[in-house]
Design a binder for this molecule. Structure first.
Ligand code: NAP
Length: 313
C-alpha cells in the first residue's frame, strides 16, 4: 500500500501543532479538494463537520484525536471504515492524576480546610482511613483501570462497573444492568469514566445518585465525573447536592461546554469545577503512534485500538 495522505479535520481548537507534527512524515491537508477527493486516505478528526468524510472514495481509516469517539458519531454519515481511538500512557497518567487528586481532596476534606483558612480557623477534624472508603469507578477501560490501580496503591477499596464481565486484580467488579445497583450500594465516592453512547447518556441521574452508600464518616456520597458531560444531568446533580444526597462533587465535564456563565454549578460551594481538562490529548505524545500505526497498516499489519461501532466506543 502506498504512503497515504491525511485530512486533518478538527473544530474547537487550532490544529497547527497537529498539522506540523503529522506533516513531518506525510502529506496533510485541512480541507478535501472537493466532496469526492480521491487523494485522501486517512482522516484525523475531532468534531469534524457533518458529511465531510462521507464521499471520500479512498479513505482507509479514521483516527480520533481523543479517547472518546462520541464526537465522531454525532455525524451519522461517518463512512464504514475502521476507527482508531487514542490509547496512550500519557493520557492514562493525566487521568489517573486527576482522579487521585480529586479522590484525595474529598477524602482529606479539602473543601473544609479551604473554608477554615478563609476564616483563619485552627481546627483539626477527625482523619479517616482510606481503607474504609470505597471508590466505585463506572467504566474500567484504559483510563478506569489505570486510576483503579493507583487508588488501590493508596489503600482505598475499589469497585468497578463495566458493560461486560471483567476482572481486575484487587477490584470488586460488577457489570451490566443487574450489577449497577449493587455496585452503587457499595460505593462512597463515585468516579465516572464511561464513554458517551446511547446506553450511557444521562445515566448519572438523581435516582442513580440516591443509590450511593453514605457512611464511613465521609458525611455523604461524592461524585467525580471526568467522562463526558452528557452522561450526567446537571440539574439532578444540583438537586442531589442541595438536598444532601451528595456531599460534594468534582466535575470536569458538563452537559453544555463551555459551562454557561449562568450555571449555578460555577458558584456552588460543594462543587469543584475544571474545564474539561482532566486529560488533554497532547499531539507531542499522540502523533508519533498515529503515524506509526498508518505505516504498520500499509505494511499489512492490523490497526490497534479500534472502536466497536455497534457498542459505540
Ligand atoms: N475529561 C477528559 O479530559 C477525558 C479525557 C479522555 C477521555 N475521557 C472520557 O473517558 C472515557 C473512557 O475512556 P477509556 O479510554 O477508558 O475508554 P474504554 O477503554 O473504551 O473503556 C470504557 C469502559 O466503559 C465501560 N462501558 C461502556 N459502556 C458501558 C455500559 N453501557 N455499561 C457499563 N459499562 C460500560 C466499558 O465496559 P467493557 O469493559 O465491558 O467494555 C469499559 O470498561 C472516554 O470515552 C472519554 O469520554 C475524558
Amino acid at each position: 500500500m502506498d504512503k497515504g495522505r491525511i485530512l486533518l479535520a478538527v473544530t474547537g481548537f487550532h490544529p497547527q501543532r497537529w498539522h506540523e507534527l503529522l506533516s513531518a512524515e506525510r502529506d496533510v491537508v485541512l480541507e478535501p479538494d472537493g466532496p469526492n477527493d480521491p487523494s485522501i486516505n486517512y482522516a484525523v478528526v475531532w468534531k469534524q463537520r457533518p458529511n465531510l468524510l462521507t464521499g471520500l472514495p479512498n479513505l482507509r481509516a479514521i483516527f480520533s484525536i481523543g479517547a472518546g469517539v462520541d464526537h465522531l458519531f454525532q455525524d451519522p454519515s461517518v463512512p464504514d471504515v475502521p476507527i482508531v481511538r487514542v490509547v496512550a500512557d500519557n493520557l492514562s497518567r493525566h487521568m489517573t492524576e486527576y482522579v487521585v487528586w480529586r479522590v484525595l481532596d474529598h477524602h482529606r476534606q479539602g473543601a473544609l480546610y479551604r473554608a477554615q483558612q478563609a476564616r483563619k480557623v485552627w481546627h483539626e477534624p477527625q482523619q479517616r482511613v482510606a481503607h474504609d472508603i470505597s471508590v466505585g469507578i463506572m467504566g474500567l477501560g484504559q483510563l478506569g483501570r489505570a486510576a483503579a490501580n493507583a487508588l488501590l496503591g493508596l489503600g482505598f477499596c475499589v469497585n468497578g462497573w463495566t458493560r461486560r464481565e471483567t476482572r481486575v486484580e484487587g477490584v470488586s467488579t460488577f457489570h451490566g444492568e443487574a450489577g449497577l445497583i449493587p455496585f452503587l450500594n457499595a460505593t462512597d465516592i463515585l468516579v465516572v469514566l464511561l464513554p458517551l453512547t446511547p446506553d450511557t447518556q444521562g445515566i448519572v441521574s438523581y435516582d442513580l445518585l440516591r443509590e450511593l452508600r453514605r457512611r464511613n464518616g465521609l458525611g455523604g456520597a461524592v461524585l467525580i465525573n471526568a467522562g463526558r458531560g452528557k452522561l450526567q444531568r446537571d440539574a439532578d446533580i444540583l438537586r442531589a447536592l442541595d438536598d444532601g444526597t451528595l456531599k460534594e462533587a468534582s466535575l470536569d465535564v458538563f452537559e453544555t461546554e463551555p459551562l454557561p456563565e449562568t450555571s449555578p454549578l460555577w458558584n456552588h460551594p460543594k462543587v469543584f469545577v475544571t474545564p474539561h481538562a482532566a486529560a488533554t490529548s497532547d499531539p507531542a505524545h499522540l502523533v508519533k503512534p498515529m503515524l506509526d500505526q498508518m505505516s504498520a497498516f500499509e505494511r499489512g499489519e492490523p490497526l490497534l485500538n479500534l472502536v466497536d461501532r455497534a457498542a459505540g466506543y
